[in-house]
Write a protein that binds this ligand. Structure first.
Ligand code: ASP
Length: 542
């Protein structure tokens, strides 16, 4: 059932209209909290719309259970506040006067609750009642759960050769299609969001300070992750000393990608701009974006127009990214089904004890993040987990921090309310150098195989191991299975036979999704804590 109202733009019957909206929503048995938010937003939007309505025209108000739609003929609403894809500056920067600032702040904090468009001379504003984003999360979650059930049933009841065919022609193909699309947008997304943001920062020391804090925090959580690996090793005590001595396994070869911290640092400066984008080298793109942003701010009379071009390009790229992430549920479903019907559980079973320790350590990291958020950001950790859950699931299904980046940034913006000044830099950086889940798994891998291959580690081995794990995780690219390559470097360093690698191939494919989800969770934790402590978080309902 719809309720239609009309209102004159002179605002004389504003309170009457708002009351009617409130009564109608209450009649739908919607929670009081949600009704109040929708009513407040409707009132603010009616005021904005009234200013833009032509004389003699009326504002129409359509009330439905899930949304309220306002429309009127007039001039286009240009305010950044109702631009649902632009970057929000702080409210006070847009409207200096207090009333407008408050109005803008309210709208900004709830920007995922409405949508606006201007067509044929009519402004349309849709205000969603209840959390629209909550619905998106539920769709993501359902597609994840349904995929687990469907994948398990297919694994149990459909012949292996048919599963392989289905995987090749449907699930894996859909997954590849979306991964390609996500990888395609990463370069422009990182570049324009960071460059447009840096170009608006007046004091470059502020940027340097932020960068330093983010880096420091990432090293801190990586060290916590290594500690978590040690802790879980001692709690679960997997394997017995020397049990694998003399074991013969098939030879495995890992991709020959060299992972070196020195190369990572030296590789930050690209020798060719196109090449940085062609190879989607995130650190090089971050470097280019900062250079372009800083230079744009130094152009004197051209600064504003160049910044504007960057901001517009950013809005365009964000829109493309959001169009791609619109298909997230289909992508998550295909990835999960493909993962389940092709997973090799045989090595997983034989190494059950260390696998359990790895799972526990990864979950231990989630608890560590909750504590960090509580202590350092004074934020309710449950609310934090609830808000970041869809990014966690997305990273889990994609097994790649890089591919997950577009959605991770979106969650930081819309759900955590973090300013792009922080996330446009910290998320790409984190996806490249902050790998807490990987550090957990690498630590457990070395400890487990040293023990089972009868190698006693000395205290100096432990020190060099901690250092190598931290450095390797920083060099580890955010792509599926990269941790395996790091593991082979570590095994060699401690004289562990490479037979161990053959034993963990299957295990790593099963643990990679959770590892990646932890990697991304670590990036979001660092981003949120630093932003909150620097006063760069919008007010949200956390
Ligand atoms: N897949 C992980 C990531 O993208 C890296 C790893 O293999 O550990 O974050």
């Amino acid at each position: 059932m719809n309720t239609f109202l009309t209102m004159d733009p002179d605002l004389k019957n504003l309170s009457e209209t708002v009351e009617k909206v409130e009564d109608t929503l209450k009649g739908y048995n919607i929670k009081q909290k949600e009704v109040s938010k929708a009513v407040l937003l409707t009132e603010e939007m009616l005021v904005i719309l009234a200013h833009n309505t032509d004389e003699g025209e009326k504002i129409t108000v359509k009330i439905k259970k899930s949304y309220i739609e306002l429309a009127s003929k007039g001039t286009e609403i240009k305010s950044k506040a109702v631009d649902n894809m632009g970057i929000d500056l702080s409210a006070a920067e847009i409207h200096p006067d207090a009333e407008n600032a408050i109005r803008n702040m309210l709208i900004t904090a709830n920007k995922e609750r409405f949508y606006s468009k201007y067509s044929n001379g009519i402004n349309h504003i849709k205000i969603y009642v209840g959390e629209k984003t909550q619905k998106a999360l539920m769709v993501t979650l359902y597609s994840f759960l349904i995929a687990i059930v469907a994948g398990s049933l297919m694994r149990l009841f459909v012949p292996q050769n048919i599963n392989s065919l289905l995987d090749e022609y449907i699930f894996d193909s859909v997954k590849t299609l979306f991964l390609n699309a996500l990888n395609m947008i990463i370069g422009p997304l990182v570049f324009f969001s960071l460059a447009s943001c840096v170009s608006t920062i007046k004091d470059l020391r502020e940027l340097g300070k932020l960068g330093g804090k983010v880096m420091g925090f990432y090293v801190f959580t990586t060290a916590v992750a290594v500690g978590m690996g040690f802790l879980m090793f001692h709690i679960f005590n997997p394997g017995t000393f020397g049990e694998f001595v003399g074991i013969q396994t098939e030879e495995v070869t890992t991709e020959v990608t060299s992972i070196s911290f020195k190369d990572t640092i030296l590789g930050i400066v690209p020798s060719n701009i196109i090449d940085a984008f062609a190879t989607s080298n995130t650190l090089q793109i971050i470097f280019l974006a900062i250079i372009v942003g800083v230079a744009a701010g130094m152009l004197g009379k051209y600064s504003d127009s160049v910044s504007e071009v960057l901001a517009k390009a950013n809005a365009l790229v964000l829109k493309i990214a959001s169009l791609i992430t619109w298909f997230l549920p289909a992508m998550i479903f295909s990835s999960m089904v493909s993962m389940i019907i092709t997973a090799d559980f045989s090595t997983f079973k034989s190494m059950f004890s260390v696998a359990i320790a790895m799972f526990a350590a990864n979950f231990g990291m989630v608890v560590a993040y909750m504590l960090i958020v509580l202590i350092f950001a004074k934020t309710n950790p449950i609310a934090f987990i609830r808000k970041t859950f869809s990014a966690f699931i997305n990273a889990f299904a994609l097994s790649s921090s890089n591919a997950a980046m577009a959605h991770t940034m979106d969650v930081c913006d819309k759900k955590l309310g973090v300013s792009p000044k922080v996330y446009s830099f910290s998320i790409p950086l984190g996806a490249t150098i902050n790998m807490d889940g990987t550090s957990v798994v690498l630590t457990l891998t070395v400890l487990f195989f040293a023990k089972t291959f009868g190698i006693t580690l000395t205290p100096s081995d432990y020190v060099s191991m901690i250092f190598t794990v931290i450095v390797l995780s920083m060099g580890c690219p955010g792509i599926p299975g990269a941790g395996m390559v790091c593991a082979s470097v570590l095994l060699r360093q401690f004289g562990i036979p490479l037979d161990a690698l053959a034993m963990i191939v299957g295990l790593y494919s099963v643990i990679d999704p959770l590892t990646t989800a932890d990697n991304v969770m670590g990036d979001m934790t660092g981003t949120y804590v630093i932003a909150k402590r620097s006063g760069l978080v919008r007010k949200t309902d956390m």
